[in-house]
Ligand binder design. Structure first.
Ligand code: DQA
Length: 146
């Protein structure tokens, strides 16, 4: 079965209690549960990880190809706006990458309007809460031709 790797970046472990006015009250385990249900229906393997560490995320993206990952769905969270290292990893990894955000980053503070990852991703979805992940997962499934 094709495999999709879902990467949640920094502070997303706090979803549910973190700035609920922006991110809603959904938790990361609820998001993962929805994606796992979808993966089962669509007959794809899914692996989910969360990390608060830039270098760890770089390592995981860099190993994706050799671990036979077919597509990556990533919410790089704050690193979206700062990390040349994650951007370079995405660009180099040889696996199609979809970027997702719960909030509409373009409707927020100006420093969130720039994504360093978006130009090297296949595409970006933001502003739809849980639905950003579901649409992003759908896009990833589509990219692997399932
Ligand atoms: C986020 C948006 C980022 O700007 C922010 O730093 C996050 C979450 C989102 O999902 O809306 O941590 O990626």
């Amino acid at each position: 079965m094709p495999k999709i790797l879902v990467i949640h970046g920094p502070n997303l472990n706090l979803l549910g209690t973190r700035e609920v006015n922006i991110y809603g009250d959904i938790t990361i385990s609820e998001i993962n549960k929805e994606l796992k249900k979808m993966a089962k229906k669509r007959k794809v393997d899914i692996e989910t990880i969360q990390s608060n560490h830039e270098g760890e995320i770089v390592d995981i993206i860099g190993k994706a190809n050799s671990k036979k990952v077919d597509a990556i769905l990533i919410n790089p969270a704050a690193y979206t706006h700062t990390s040349v290292a994650i951007r370079d990893a995405v660009s180099a990894c040889g696996v199609p990458v979809v970027e997702a955000h719960l909030s509409n980053i373009y409707a927020r503070e100006e420093f969130r309007h720039t994504s360093l990852v978006a130009p090297v991703a296949k595409g970006q979805i933001c502003g739809f809460g849980l639905m950003s992940y579901i649409l992003g997962f759908e896009a990833a499934i589509n990219l692997i031709g399932k």
